[in-house]
Design a protein around this ligand. Structure first.
Ligand SMILES: [Zn+2]
Length: 579
């Protein structure tokens, strides 16, 4: 055990962080479970980019667990945060109606109409919970609503109020940071997706509870009348814990005993470090939006000492972009979610994208044609793992993608190439019997007998074709021959089609048809079928392929020809190519 742990270090970024986190946990809290943390705000659909907030600590926690060390991954649902704005384009949400809830905790806002859940927070949490489950992420969920309203943080809240002067002094250093004529902190160029992603994190609500005439208070009650947080604490007595607040919205005011009062929370910049200390968090990464001077992570690093804790090891992670997500499928407010990604790719592939890149490297998750190349790359990696030629770092990323400490993720028994599956379902429009016939023809020596052998990968490819590939890029096999094009062909063109048609039956497999389509132009050029390609031959092949595409699918390109021919079927190919 110790030996394997030793050899697993230094293979990749996850191992290196695990080493560091274990050492730090031993220093800070010997003999206790290692705690890593993530935080998500269910203020709307949770952006796919925010998955990094969970995946980074998950991978590190999983590595620690593999080494036989007890670890807890705390996932904090920031569902007691205020409802900041009504996100656009959410089905079942009328912006006019929902405007009235701004300022309430997310758990007090009703769910969109038609939801199976009672509250806004529950509704948007649910999709993420399901995705995390499918991804094999094991975590300990903590609802901040439950924590605050049950009084779990009572001591910490009273402590923060008592030490509000110290907290204010820390915050004040940053409030006055702006030097006259000095350089402003470098503004990072962020695109829209990044901003959306940032909004999902607590960073967007950078309210530090700035001091009013009556002094600084790090606590904000939700109003006893309207339930919103447009409140101002006007006085607080350290001895009695009597607190008076007034609501700026409706003028409501009351005096409560904070030692018994549970309807409010610490402001974000105090709340976060309080929780680091409360949970004993050793590792919690955060987005680059937290990295600037005065950001909640930086400030929290000082405030946490007031609570007697230490700042976690907290790498800044780069944003994760999305390439080519079709508008039509972004049903939930135009925001791509992890659930959307899992509709078009298996969890292993998504895990791999996160595992193979260091947190500070940005990358994109492909919803466009690029997904086919990604899958090719993944299949190549699997082949290398199988034959033992894989490099150690690639092997580590692969292992983290396919299994977690407790179990291996369910895999497609026969992982045929994604691009092949996509082409076939594109052509058959998801007709199961036809799909099975074509897939069985791919490799006649080992024919597929049931579509279950290629599931769930087949379903993901089908979802990709139907939800992400625009109509004008879909493959539509011709019903009738293009007689005009056929009759315009010269003798050479007709002869090439005849050679192809004559060879169909004897080459009816993926390999056979590959040989055939590349071989016809060779024979036409008077070369042997196994001749090395020359530049001239390559031109001839391209011309021949373009002709076939035009005759079969009325376009210059399409799925790989051997797959296309198999999918169209020999009889129909003969009909469409008969010159
Ligand atoms: Zn009020």
């Amino acid at each position: 055990m110790a030996q394997s742990a030793q050899s697993s270090t230094e293979t990749d970024w996850v191992s290196r962080f695990a080493d560091e986190v274990i050492a730090e946990a031993e220093r800070r809290a010997p003999g206790k479970a290692v705690v890593v943390a993530s935080g998500l705000s269910p203020s709307g659909p949770i952006h796919l980019g925010n998955l990094r907030e969970v995946m980074t600590p998950h991978l590190v926690a999983d590595e620690i667990r593999r080494r036989g060390i007890e670890v807890r991954h705390v996932l904090s649902w920031d569902d007691y945060d205020r409802y900041r704005k009504v996100p656009a384009g959410i089905p079942g949400v009328d912006p006019e109606t929902y405007g009235q809830y701004i300022g309430m905790p997310l758990t007090s806002v009703p769910a969109p109409a038609g939801s199976a859940y009672a509250t806004w927070a529950e509704h948007f949490k649910a999709a993420m919970v399901e995705a995390l489950d499918e991804l094999g992420v094991e975590y300990d969920p903590i609802s901040q609503t439950e924590q605050y309203t049950s009084g779990a943080y009572r001591e910490q809240v009273l402590f923060a109020m008592k030490h509000r002067g110290d907290i204010d002094a820390v915050l004040d250093q940053y409030r006055t940071k702006q030097k006259p004529g000095g350089k402003k902190p470098q503004q990072k160029q962020v695109d829209e997706a990044e901003l959306e992603a940032a909004e999902g994190s607590g960073a967007a609500a950078e309210d530090d509870g700035s001091a009013g005439e009556s002094g600084y208070f790090p606590y904000k009650p939700y109003c006893g009348q309207c339930g919103k947080d447009f409140t101002k604490v006007t006085s607080y007595d350290d001895e009695t814990t009597e607190m008076t607040y007034v609501c700026t919205e409706d003028g409501f005011t009351e005096t409560v005993k904070l030692s018994e009062f549970n309807r409010g929370k610490l402001v974000w910049k105090v709340d976060w470090p309080m929780r680091w200390a409360f949970e004993g968090v050793i590792f919690e990464p955060s987005g680059v939006d937290h990295s600037s001077p005065g950001s909640s992570f930086q400030v929290g690093g000082q405030i946490v000492h007031i609570f007697g804790g230490e700042q976690p090891i907290g790498p800044m992670y780069a944003f994760v972009g999305i390439s080519g997500m079709a508008k039509m499928s972004s049903s939930k407010g135009g925001v791509p979610t992890p659930a959307d990604a899992l509709k078009i790719m298996e969890p292993q592939l998504l895990r791999w994208l996160y595992a193979r890149r260091k947190p500070n490297q940005s990358f994109k998750i492909a919803f466009d044609q690029e997904i086919q190349r990604l899958y090719d790359e993944w299949d190549k990696l699997e082949a290398k793992v199988a034959d033992g030629s894989v490099l150690p770092a690639d092997a580590a990323a692969h292992t983290r993608a396919v299994r977690v400490a407790s179990h291996e993720l369910p895999r497609t028994p026969r992982p045929l190439p994604y691009r092949t599956l996509a082409s076939v379902v594109d052509i058959t429009a998801g007709h199961d019997e036809q799909t099975l016939r074509i897939l069985a023809d791919l490799d006649p020596s080992q024919p597929l007998t049931s579509l279950d052998e290629v599931r769930p990968r087949l379903d993901r490819a089908e979802n990709w074709i139907t939800t992400q590939v625009p109509a004008d890029q879909r493959t539509l096999v011709r019903e009738t021959p293009d007689t005009e094009l056929l009759s315009s062909l010269d003798a050479e063109g007709r002869e090439s089609l005849r050679l192809l048609v004559d060879g169909l039956d004897s080459h009816w497999s993926l390999d056979g048809l590959t040989t055939l389509v590349y071989g016809v132009p060779k024979v036409m050029a008077g070369l042997e079928p196994d001749a090395k390609p020359t530049p001239e031959l390559k031109v001839a092949q391209r011309t021949f392929f373009a002709l076939l595409y035009r005759l079969l699918v009325t376009r210059e390109t399409g799925p790989r020809l051997p797959t296309l021919l198999l999918a169209v079927g020999a009889d129909r190919v003969r009909k469409l190519l008969a010159a």
